[in-house]
Design a protein around this ligand. Structure first.
Ligand code: KG4
Ligand code: ZN
Length: 373
């Protein structure tokens, strides 16, 4: 009996101690956990992407993306383009469930995370604010570091989400809704832009053509599908831009004039020729992109070449890029579909390598709608 009383008294004392020192105990356990992880070389980063109309969260552990969840906003379809105010409101609705799902998919809880990476820019300011604020709050509450990521660096680093991975230095044609760039990638954090668009992006050329044809937004994937049953029978003038830069606004205007003239002669022209129009436009855009990429390879002598960004999901670009690459002796790389369009997996890769370099930012960090490369 005496032993039982003694036992309960001891338990009471231990519980009191735990209660009194819980803050320090928690800190100590957390510290121990991080030390064990570092010794085991296990580093996990939670990444958040909210630069445009996709809310995404991903987790990377030791350089391997183990979860990648994205909520796509369909509300913009009826407006023919992204409505910034609606986009930020949708991010607010999606962000917590998406982060929750990414953590669950990874079989983790928040306390397994060593740092929070987030897209700082470029993008829509209202959309970026949601992701940046979420990242800052999580990092503050968990007392872990914050890593700011450039959205376009991340598109390039999507190549490191899965095997096979390019060897440095490599060239990357990054083609999205807002950017078209040829980047020389020297290292995970050392990249230089060799050429970029002087007006519209390649994705914009797809989306704006889609609008002229009465297709939903984003029109890129729809044009891709419709083009499969068409032939490139219509020709559009190729823009003459010096060096490795691109221009798509001239092409857009010539498509517009071509359609206006053809519809004036035959009001059913678009419906009757939709597949051929899509195929012709797609062929013109891809031809412009690949011509400059070939030029970049000739100038730099680099034969390790990748494509990235939303437009790299285009089936004709993927096929032509591989075929050209075979002819020219390139080693070609294309990220899996889920890493081509906006996703947090690529932000996680970029964040992980910044973590290894010790490149963190503080709580004063602000989103940047325009962000230098
Ligand atoms: O990288 P992304 O998801 O978002 C931006 O950062 O902009 O790229 C979106 C762009 C849109 O313009 C969309 O029409 C285009 O990528 N896109 C495609 C395809 N899938 C997405 N363009 C052509 N063919 C596709 N299959
Ligand atoms: Zn993007």
């Amino acid at each position: 009996m005496n032993l039982l009383v003694y036992y309960f008294k001891m338990m009471h004392k231990v519980l009191l101690l735990v209660y009194r020192w819980q803050k320090y105990l928690f800190f100590f356990i957390h510290l121990l956990y991080n030390i064990i992880n570092l010794l085991k070389n296990k580093i996990s980063v939670l990444a958040i992407e909210s630069s445009c109309d996709d809310t995404s969260a991903a987790i990377i552990t030791d350089g391997v993306v183990i979860s990648n969840r994205t909520a796509t906003q369909i509300v913009h379809q009826q407006y023919g383009g992204v409505v910034p105010e609606l986009a930020s409101r949708q991010h607010l609705i999606h962000i917590i469930p998406v982060i929750d799902a990414a953590i669950k998919d990874a079989g983790m809880d928040l306390h397994n995370i060593d740092a929070i990476a987030f897209t700082r820019g470029p993008g829509l300011l209202g959309s970026l604010i949601v992701g940046v604020s979420m990242a800052k709050s999580l990092a503050l509450s968990m007392d872990i570091p914050l890593i700011d990521v450039h959205h376009m660096h991340a598109h390039v680093l999507a190549h490191f989400a899965e095997e096979p991975k390019p060897v440095f230095p490599f060239l990357c044609l990054t083609v999205s809704g807002g950017h078209t760039q040829i980047v020389k990638v020297n290292d995970y954090t050392d990249m230089e832009v060799l050429g970029s668009t002087i007006d519209d992006a390649a994705g914009e050329a797809f989306d704006k053509t889609g609008k002229m044809l009465g297709l939903d937004y984003p029109a890129g994937p729809i044009i891709d599908k419709l083009a499969k049953a068409g032939k490139p029978v219509f020709n559009f003038p190729e823009p003459q831009v010096s060096g490795l830069n691109f221009s798509f606004s001239g092409l857009k205007t010539s498509i517009l004039y071509f359609l206006q003239k053809a519809v004036a002669e035959n009001p059913n022209f678009i419906q009757e020729n939709l597949h051929d129009i899509c195929c012709s436009v797609q062929t013109s855009i891809i031809h412009i992109l690949l011509k400059k990429l070939k030029k970049a390879s000739e100038i730099t002598g680099i034969m390790e070449i990748g494509i990235a960004g939303g437009v790299s999901a285009n089936s004709y670009l993927r096929q032509s890029f591989i075929e050209e690459g075979k002819k020219l002796g390139w080693k070609t790389y294309i990220p899996a579909f889920e890493y081509c369009t906006d996703n947090a997996g690529m932000i996680a890769v970029a964040g992980y390598y910044k973590f290894l370099n010790g490149e963190f930012c503080d709580q004063n960090v602000t989103p940047l709608a325009r962000m230098e490369f």
